[in-house]
Ligand binder design. Sequence first.
Ligand SMILES: NC(=O)c1ccc[n+]([C@@H]2O[C@H](COP(=O)([O-])OP(=O)(O)OC[C@H]3O[C@@H](n4cnc5c(N)ncnc54)[C@H](OP(=O)(O)O)[C@@H]3O)[C@@H](O)[C@H]2O)c1
Length: 319
Amino acid sequence: MNASIRDPQRRRLLQAMAMSSMALALPAWARAATAATAADAPILRPIPSSGERIPVVGLGTNAYGVQTAEEKAPLREVLRRLAEVGNSVIDTAPAYRNSEAVLGELIAELGLRERFFLATKVTAPDGDVAAGIAQMEASMRNLRTDVIDLMMVHNLNGAGAIIPTLLEWKQAGRLRHIGITTSNDAQHAEAAALIRAHPLDVVQVNYSLGNRLAEQTVFPAAQERGTAVLLNVPLGGRRGSLFARVRDVPLPEWAAEFDATSWAQLFLKYSLGHPAVTAVLPGTTRLKNLEDNLAAGRGRLPDAAQRRRIEAFWDALPE
Ligand SMILES: NC(=O)c1ccc[n+]([C@@H]2O[C@H](COP(=O)([O-])OP(=O)(O)OC[C@H]3O[C@@H](n4cnc5c(N)ncnc54)[C@H](OP(=O)(O)O)[C@@H]3O)[C@@H](O)[C@H]2O)c1
């Protein structure tokens, strides 16, 4: 080390200068984030089985299966911003066209693998475990990682057959957490039975203000077993979007009581207000929408009475 930098005072001065020039190089929103107070900090919740804390707003990537540099550019910006939060869940699957490969490419390019909690999925159709193993090897290659933070059985497909293999891979350190997913109401009872039968770290399920059925089956099983709950289609999905129902409806003033300034924030905060829920996984391909969604993971969340008020408001809206 250079003699002058060994001087602690000089070293601190150089560090301070580097920090301030770095801060000046940051865009305005990032400078604001650097100056964030504790009240503005992202809310984190633990995965009960491991104690690992994840931000309550993650990212869904079922629209990341793109081809061209022009299509990849906005996705790179979304990932760059999300990396600043740290350890956010990025949810993908082999079924989302080449989404895994696009994520692997962009994350490697950004050099930010360590900043994300990567979650993907596997299936064992007709109980074909060898096919599931081949898929998981391909996911690791596509995502360019040796360890996947969360591997879930997609739509419960072959769950009974492949879960023992997932447990072995977890034991071997290739998977850090394991779980199951469904976005189909008709599978909720089966998902709850699997939660009770196996040591799963995570269940991913469809739940939102527009569809609260998981409260009756999946949530109680998860709470009983200490299983983390991640929500898919938290904005109602790409087709049955919750936004359609509020297109001409102003955001109620009382949304400010739980720090929601947009409909997306109200929808996501509503779900995060349920005590069974660990995190939401809104899908977005736009930086602007990511910023909006990230804001749902800061500030106050609605309590039980505020959630009832949101439900009453929603239920009274014309469909
Ligand atoms: N069975 C399963 O395992 C399963 C099934 C379905 C989904 N998933 C996972 O769950 C994730 C989320 O589901 P999803 O993406 O289908 O539905 P979603 O998150 O409910 O909604 C996504 C839609 O909302 C838009 N959007 C996002 N943020 C917004 C904002 N702040 N304001 C306005 N519009 C906004 C997105 O458009 P832009 O892209 O233009 O922002 C997109 O059209 C998926 O990406 C996937 O990772 C899993």
